[in-house]
Design a protein around this ligand. Structure first.
Ligand code: FAD
Length: 474
């Protein structure tokens, strides 16, 4: 009787506790993936296709076929277990509310049918219920969460890939990867994604090695500068579990100890990984996080939800170059640098008064790392409605943010090439440039590049007034 190893957001062979357990069962293995992730958008579907292709190749190399099915997962896992008379089903845990409910129910049903079912932690450094405040409750603020994590929870050492796996020889019906319909058809918008990313376990390891060799030594100083290339770009690999946070944690700690990495870089980098943990901690303890304001007073916020303004934002045509650069980076490559995500999200919420949930939904569809915990927690952080949030009244000035974080303009010129000829002085404020300067750079506002869709000063006042209505109502 076989063992089923059910792959979900853990598409790797190394440091995969459920796979290691399955290998140690000494039974023929059936590897399974069921398409039923409710948080998938266009970009993550593209990623999943390629990641499954790589996982399938690696498993086939061990003689284990990867069986593909379409959800609901509960029904598919049960029917496969019954069809094959499986003895065991193993998986690594997920933490989104839909996943938790489905998995608990499935566990019960499979156990009732006499199967051994075990689940493991593979995608977080610690389980969200393990980290507790001194009074035993969940954290709401990042800094004490991070201090507790750093002090008390040393992640276990990553485990190696099983050296041998034995696949089941039974003939088991499976969809072909192409039948899962994960890739864009017409138009095929994925060219920029193909040029930017290499999904899969080998791509993840390669990305980690490159980061440790290049960006790591200047991470603390340069991570906020989108042109610096100082961040790891590991987020989509983490999203699909092609690499474990434990492996990243240990590899970074080892590299810092062995090499001359200036102090502060390791801590800063690990603290960013801890933001991911914190987001899962928040989601686990507040399953409504993707839908509901964490601070309920924001339920009364007078959103303007102007559809034309929202569309201009999605297309990178707001007339604010740093915002437009970010939104176009997102569209072209499936990612956006973290600093620019904060600027673009803040612009949507505060300058355009569009509900953060609309922005989060756009990111869900377009980011290759779109992750229910990090995306929801980050949007709520920017909106000011979150657990540990930027105060609503702190409103980014998109001109000053551009000048500060893209000082030589190379990031913005790359993604907004129609402004490339403007001198640095006007790059982030083309609407203040004299006609002669615009003409020399070949820019005609309103034609080759949009005029600002809102005036910063007026938008700022409007946002503060909107916020006042909440304080008055409270
Ligand atoms: P690095 O700087 O190299 O950081 C290492 C890892 O730490 C990242 O890969 C990521 O897993 C984690 N991390 C870093 N910053 C954060 C953070 N602020 N919150 C949570 N985890 C973090 N991240 C996602 O993974 N998925 C999302 O859907 C997502 N949506 C976001 C939406 C908004 C509005 C904002 C402001 C941020 C969002 N982030 C999201 C967080 C962050 O922008 C990305 O994790 C980061 O840009 C990924 O780049 P990197 O891998 O080079 O990061």
């Amino acid at each position: 009787r076989p063992t089923i190893i059910w792959f979900r957001n853990d598409l790797r062979l190394a440091d995969n506790p459920a796979l290691a357990r399955a290998a140690s069962s000494r039974r023929p293995l059936i590897a399974l993936h069921v398409l039923d992730d409710c948080y998938l958008g266009g970009a993550t579907r593209w990623w999943l296709h390629h990641s499954l292709a790589k996982l399938g190749e690696r498993l086939a190399g061990h003689g284990v076929p990867l069986i593909l099915r379409r959800g609901p997962a509960r029904e598919e896992v049960i029917s496969l277990a019954l069809e094959t008379r499986a003895a065991n089903v193993f998986w690594n845990r997920r933490y989104d509310p839909h996943g938790i409910a489905a998995d608990s129910d499935l566990k019960e049903k499979l156990r009732a049918a006499g199967l051994v079912v075990e689940s493991f932690n593979s995608n977080l450094i610690t389980e969200p219920w393990e980290v507790k405040t001194s009074s035993g409750g969940p954290f709401r603020v990042f800094t004490p969460f991070w201090k507790a994590l750093r002090a008390h929870y040393v992640p276990a050492k990553p485990i190696s890939e099983p050296s041998t796996l034995e696949g089941s020889t039974a003939s088991i019906p499976s969809l072909r990867l192409e039948d899962m319909d994960l890739l864009p058809r017409k138009p095929d918008w994925a060219n920029g994604l193909r040029g930017t990313w290499c999904p899969g376990e080998a791509g993840a390891r390669d990305r980690l090695q490159r980061f440790l060799a290049d960006g790591f030594a200047q991470y603390a100083d340069c991570r906020d500068f989108p042109a610096a290339g100082a961040t790891s770009m590991l987020s989509p690999h983490l999203r699909f579990g092609e690499i474990s946070p434990r492996r990243i944690w240990h590899a970074a700690s080892l590299a810092a100890a062995r090499r001359d990495i200036p102090e502060g870089n390791l801590d800063k980098f690990l603290s960013e990984l801890a933001w991911r943990e914190f987001s899962y901690h928040l989601l686990f303890h507040n399953p409504d996080l993707p839908r509901e304001n964490f601070q309920r007073k924001f339920d009364a916020f007078p959103w303007a939800n102007n559809e034309a303004a929202f569309r201009a934002w999605t297309k990178g045509r707001t007339g604010y170059p740093i915002v437009d650069a970010g939104m176009r980076e997102l569209w072209q490559t499936g990612t956006m640098h973290n600093r620019v995500r904060m600027i673009a999200a803040s612009f949507l919420i505060k300058h355009l008064l569009v509900d953060w949930r609309k922005g989060a939904e756009w990111f869900r569809d377009t980011l290759v790392d779109a992750d229910i915990a990090s995306n929801s927690a980050s949007w709520q952080w920017v909106a000011g409605s979150g657990a540990d949030a930027a105060p609503y009244f702190r409103i980014f000035n998109p001109v000053l943010q551009g000048e500060k974080f893209d000082p030589d303009g190379s990031y913005t010129r790359r993604f907004v090439p129609e402004l490339a000829g403007l001198p640095d002085r006007y790059l982030f404020r083309p609407f203040e440039a004299p006609e002669s300067v615009l003409a020399k750079a070949g820019v005609t506002l309103g034609k080759t590049y949009p005029s600002p869709i809102v005036d910063h000063g007026l938008a700022r006042d409007r946002a503060l007034q909107a916020f006042q209505t909440l304080s008055a109502a409270a």
